[in-house]
Design a protein around this ligand. Sequence first.
Ligand code: AMP
Ligand code: GLY
Length: 415
Amino acid sequence: MKALVIGSGGREHAIVEALSRSPQVNKIYCAPGNAGISKLAECVNIGVTDIEALADFAERENIDMTVVGPEAALAAGVVNLFNERGLKIFGPTKEAARIESSKEYAKQVMERFNVPTAGYRAFDNYDEAIAYVKAGKIPTVIKYDGLAAGKGVVVAMSLEEADAALKDMLLDSSFGKGRVVIEDFLEGPEFSFMCVVSGNKIYPLELAQDHKRAYDGDKGPNTGGMGAYSPVPFIGEEVKQRALKEIMEPVAKGLVNEGNPFTGILYGGLILTEDGPKVIEFNARFGDPETEVVLPRLKSDIYALFDAALKGEDFEIEWDNEAVLGVVLASKGYPGSYEKGVEIKGLEDVETSVYHMGTALKDRKLLTAGGRVLMVTGKGATLEEAHKSAMKSLAKIECPSLFHRSDIGKAAVKI
Ligand code: AMP
Ligand code: GLY
């Protein structure tokens, strides 16, 4: 089989790696890919939103299955176009992907199907929004209603912070058109629950925990994610089953009943409150960096899993009992502005899996090429061992323009 993966980050590196373990896949392409991915797949220079060129490529090369990584490709309608042209693709249509691309749509879906989530109101007028915040409780959560690469969320601990966020999103239009969702603040441990979904059918994956804030101790701005691990020992099977029954199943069924069925990865960003698991956000794709710690634990053939999902067939997923923990190396300044093109050394001495998130090769040198640059992982019988192994690898990598969190996994491992 020939597979094409769309995307260029650590998530796609992990998807490509999982596909490379499939006994039935003998050729993998990645568009556009990155320096790390190029070791396992042939990188094709097509951008993730250039959907006509992607479809032309898949047709010309007789690709058996395309797997979509990033939300931008989904929102551009890559799945709609491939479906129209009879090309096999794993991912949701742009209509179904609105569960991620519009925070307000996601909230409406949850309301309609009685899915537990924080109370909210949506605003496009600054005066009304600030009046609502002043009348409510602090902390409060302000979310830009659109795609913002995981950076459009401000958990405001003071009225001043809330005001600044509202001004930024509604008056200065930092991300585009101004509309926000203001949400009640929820408390409890967070976890990421990714499921392969095919209409009504759900194939749950193992849980992971991400670290969204930029700095140690969950300080600093929200990012796309600074590190992750799997399994999540403090979220038991009972909570997972509850999340499946109360959250994932009603959403999948509801979308089918509304004539907007979802096929692909439904990612629930969940929080375990005193009243049980509640939804913080949905994504319509694999999480990044969660994928880099979940897929290495997948024993089953991922191509067969996607294929079964596309056909709506049963599939028993097998998992490796080992734990995986990974730390993101990001460019100093991320999630704000940062320098690119700085050389990274020492990777050749690393013995564990390192996923490239934003790298480029130039004159045989490995250079930084993004905000999040590398995800350095470790594997072991326990999370402690996985942590130790990741730390050993991390110490070998040299690059003056990178930083990382030193407390990834602290909720589960003694650091
Ligand atoms: P999101 O992009 O919606 O996942 O939000 C990013 C991060 O902001 C989450 O991972 C949480 O840490 C935090 N957050 C979002 N919504 C809430 C909420 N309602 N209550 C508490 N924290 C939240
Ligand atoms: N790591 C969170 C996300 O992929 O949105």
